[in-house]
Design a protein. Structure first.
Length: 318
């Protein structure tokens, strides 16, 4: 496995708290980093607005449309059962990494048409245990499954887990039942809804703007669902009980590390860590003032913090 601990960059500099900041001069393709993800081999993958970047512990390699990526702006990264890296890009198309390049799927023309009617950032996808792709999003009118048995060529409509609501994020439980979070827009308000483990929980907002970009969802290892709207985090317990937690800035990311700690990432507000996922405790703030898009703890227990506009940070231990 690739070891990423204690990397050394000539241009990186120390930030209070023991953080190292990694910038374009160190090999990043852009200071806009939307997600950090470590694969089973130990590589760190970064989704940016200038390609997908892979870090091997020594240097960064950037893959763009010249290397098969379906768009140079990438948002979502995941891995399938074969160890292939899958990426969903700004135009809605999906591609996977194999043999040192990205390969588009045959259904991409259909996907681009499906997503062309609305905000292109408002979609989601995941790869299930059978390597089927499931996609959904705002303005889509349901969800679609794309099967490897058909060489990923055909969109098959499947019912949305949320009635009359557009799916914003999708996930499965231990029994592989499909659940979702999403929203619906009205003239003077919008409604967000979670369907999880048989519980439907809805939240109304008086904003005429949809939950959209600011809605984030996290399924924890303890089978809780957390979803956000602007500065409020809602926690849905397995029994359906809901609690609310207010933050000072807009929530732009939610993560759980291997220790079970929950990270709430804020726009221009840093990230708050809640040990053991206890949202009732006082969160510990890291990198205040930065817009943290994701937090990833790697296999060497190094923490990586992707940001919108400020590159990448790492911390060798808490």
């Amino acid at each position: 496995m690739i070891a990423l601990a204690c990397p050394s960059f000539g241009g990186s500099h120390l930030i209070p708290g023991g953080f190292r900041k990694i910038v374009v001069a160190d090999g990043l393709p852009s200071s806009e980093v939307y997600e950090a993800y470590q694969d089973r081999m130990g590589y760190l993958w970064l989704a940016t607005d200038a390609g997908v970047c892979r870090y091997n512990g020594l240097s960064f390699t950037t893959f763009t449309t010249l290397n098969g990526l379906t768009d140079n702006t990438a948002f979502h990264i995941t891995e399938d059962s074969k160890g292939r890296i899958w990426v969903q890009t700004f135009n809605g198309a999906i591609c996977y990494f194999e043999n040192n390049r990205f390969w588009p799927i045959a259904a991409n023309d259909s996907l681009i048409k499906v997503f062309s009617s609305g905000q292109k950032t408002q979609y989601t996808f995941f790869v299930d245990k059978n390597d089927c792709i499931v996609v959904g999003g705002l303005y889509v009118g349901g969800c679609y499954r794309i099967s490897p048995s058909e060489n990923y060529s055909t969109l098959h409509p499947i019912g949305s887990p949320i009635h009359q609501i557009c799916a914003r994020q999708l996930w499965t439980d231990s029994l592989h039942q499909l659940y979702a979070s999403g929203e619906s827009m009205y003239n003077d308000h919008s409604i967000a809804m979670i369907n999880h483990s048989g519980h439907e929980v809805s939240v109304r907002s008086d904003y005429s703007v949809a939950f959209g970009v600011n809605m984030r969802t996290l399924l924890t290892t303890t089978n809780r669902v957390m979803f956000s709207h602007k500065e409020v985090l809602y926690v849905v317990e397995p029994d359906g009980n809901v609690s609310e937690h207010k933050f000072k800035e807009t929530i732009i990311g939610l993560d759980e590390d291997p220790s079970g700690d929950i990270w709430v990432n804020l726009l221009m507000g840093g990230t708050f860590r809640f040990p053991a996922g206890n949202l009732n405790a006082t969160g510990i703030c890291y990198l205040p003032g930065y817009s943290i898009s994701s937090v990833c703890q790697d296999s060497e227990k190094v923490y990586w913090f992707s940001t919108v506009g400020s590159g990448l940070f790492y911390l060798a231990g808490l």
